[in-house]
Design a protein around this ligand. Structure first.
Ligand code: SF4
Length: 95
């Protein structure tokens, strides 16, 4: 029983487009100490290379029913972990 309890396995996709973080998310990241005042992300244990990749990633969120940037997904209370190109998502309602 190593498996975490999760409802969805959400595939992670990559985009070439520049993804802009929503203002609310930036605020949350700053409050959590995960972004500096210049808007640079600082995630513990995540290398700059990985961070760059994360910025290009998104999921089709089954709860919000919309395209959601991986960084946002990573901050989401439903986020459990990331395994081999997938997010394990608790799937609880976010409203
Ligand atoms: S963790 Fe949150 S953002 Fe990510 S797929 Fe699940 S509900 Fe959507």
């Amino acid at each position: 029983m190593d498996e975490l309890e999760h409802k969805y396995e959400v595939e992670i996709h990559e985009t070439e487009d520049k993804q802009k973080l929503p203002d609310q998310l930036k605020k949350d990241l700053k409050e959590a100490g995960m972004m500096d005042d210049k808007g640079k992300l600082k995630l513990k244990g995540v290398s700059p290379k990985m961070l760059k990749r994360m910025k290009q990633e998104f999921v089709d969120c089954p709860v919000l029913k919309e395209k959601t940037q991986f960084i946002q997904c990573f901050m989401c209370p439903n986020f459990q972990s990331r395994v081999t190109g997938k997010v394990l998502c608790k799937g609880d309602s976010l409203k």
